[in-house]
Design a protein around this ligand. Structure first.
Ligand SMILES: Nc1nc2c(ncn2[C@@H]2O[C@H](COP(=O)(O)OP(=O)(O)O)[C@@H](O)[C@H]2O)c(=O)[nH]1
Ligand SMILES: [Mg+2]
Length: 449
């Protein structure tokens, strides 16, 4: 189903107008197709920028359409591993689509989403983890997300999985040798030693999985929900953190009646900040709906900011909220520090009016989100597909370890589970990934990537 026989074309730059726009052609006839489009007498020199003109029609004849710089990357030294031509024209959608149309007339096919990167994968230029990292890098909304994605593009995760895989391979080889030569009276690996070695691999996997929550938070972002009874200053805090007057602030309790949310970059973490209606029993139908939505938002939050008002004594609503959120990841905030001294049990004191305490608050949000996470420089694992496969591999390794430690269990049992664990690792890097999964992964790319 995935063919690399034909040549594909697409605009590689984002939609809209810009100084430069790039059309990319990849495939065995990329060079021939480019020659048909360009008003350039000679063959293109490999990896040289060639300044020339592109024709207005699908033959080189006729009025030129634009001045372009063309680069030819012969296989296999290109992004996709096929012959690649990149035509940099002026960033006009009209010019760029004309080039694409002409390339199609000259024999190319419009690329599917992610097809350039898919070809790089099929041609062995990148493994699946790296191909997925390309999409993550393009999608990154914070510098930290970009760095972690680039790390994976460089192969950090691939290497760690490779190390684990080769330990398993080595162990499997020795176990198989023991099975194949049972009469030699020599065991390539003792049963007890095998269990120990498998245990060490499990520890390696756990190391990798340990950083996963942090990695997920970095890649997917976190949802932080502001709760509290009416008038404590939730919307004011929301506006300060969002850096904009998004939510309406008044002295009238019950002003916020719906969820208001805003994406913010909090020291590299992409945070969806949600302001909610003040939590109280109320006869007002609309406000009641707001309180219900607030309760739902509370349910999906990665972190709750429970706001208290330091200018008034705690009410029964405050105490109820403190109780209800006790088991949750939360930060208790004492607001209005400009007018009263902070509530003793609160984690952070702020004034939404003056902005005092907000640096501390931002830091505290970041550290509570990542609390208990290994403080590594980069989280190697971020992708839910990778996490699920690592967990499956771990399950098989645990089964193998039990079988290896059990004198009654035949060695074939150990081997079967070790092989199954390796198969999961292979699937992460794409060595035996089904076409369905590949299709699913590359679908989320945009055209031209
Ligand atoms: N003095 C003082 N007043 C504040 C502060 N934050 C909010 N307020 C006031 O408290 C009232 C309620 O604020 P609002 O943000 O709408 O609270 P919400 O109902 O919890 O969303 C408004 O009159 C705000 O001006 C603060 O830090 N200090
Ligand atoms: Mg409000």
């Amino acid at each position: 189903m995935f063919s690399t026989e034909d040549s594909i074309v697409a605009i590689a730059t984002p939609p809209g107008r810009g100084g430069i726009g790039i059309v990319r052609i990849s495939g065995p006839s990329a060079h021939t197709i480019a020659r048909a489009l360009l008003q350039h007498p000679d063959a293109l020199r490999a990896r040289h920028a060639t300044y020339t003109r592109v024709a207005g029609r699908d033959t080189g004849a006729g009025a030129p359409l634009d001045e372009v710089v063309v680069t030819y990357f012969p296989a296999p030294h290109s992004y996709t591993g096929d012959d690649v031509i990149e035509i940099s024209a002026h960033g006009s959608p009209v010019v760029l689509s004309a080039i694409v149309t002409n390339a199609i007339a000259a024999g190319a096919r419009l690329a599917e989403p992610g097809e350039f990167t898919l070809r790089a994968f099929l041609n062995g230029k990148r493994d699946l983890v790296q191909a997925e990292a390309v999409a993550d890098l393009i999608d990154a909304a914070t510098p930290l997300q970009a760095r972690v994605a680039f790390d994976q593009l460089e192969g950090t995760l691939t290497r760690r999985i490779g190390v684990i895989d080769s330990r398993l391979f080595n162990l499997i080889a020795r176990l198989e040798a023991s099975l194949d030569f049972p009469d030699e009276g020599y065991h390539f690996v003792e049963a007890g030693a095998a269990a120990g070695e498998i245990g060490a691999v499990v520890t390696d996997l756990d190391d990798l999985l340990e950083g996963a929550r942090r990695g997920r938070l970095i890649r997917e972002g976190a949802t932080v929900v502001i709760i509290g009874r009416p008038n404590v200053g939730k919307s004011s805090i929301f506006n300060r953190l969002a850096g904009a007057d998004r939510a309406i602030v008044t002295e009238i309790p019950g002003t916020t009646r719906d969820l208001v949310s805003e994406r913010i970059d909090l020291d590299g973490l992409a945070v969806t900040l949600v302001d909610t209606a003040g939590d109280r029993a109320t006869p007002d139908l609309i406000e009641r709906e707001g309180v219900m939505r607030a309760t739902q938002a509370r349910g999906v939050a990665d972190l709750l900011l429970l706001v208290l008002d330091s200018t008034t004594p705690l009410t029964t609503d405050d105490e109820r909220l403190l109780r209800e959120t006790e088991g949750r990841r939360r930060l208790v905030i004492s607001n209005k520090s400009d007018s009263a001294s902070p509530i003793p049990d609160a984690a952070v004191a702020v004034s939404a009016r003056t902005g005092a305490g907000f640096d501390v608050l931002r830091g505290a949000i970041g550290s509570s989100l990542l609390e208990g996470e290994p403080r590594r420089d980069s989280a190697a694992i971020t992708n839910i597909r990778h996490i699920a496969l690592l967990q499956e591999a771990r399950t098989h390794l645990e089964a193998a370890r039990r079988a290896a430690g059990d004198a009654q269990a035949p060695e074939e049992f150990v081997l079967a589970d070790l092989q199954a664990a390796r198969a999961r690792l292979d699937e992460i890097v794409g060595n035996r990934t089904s076409e369905d999964v590949l299709q699913h992964i590359f679908e989320r790319f945009c055209i031209g990537k």
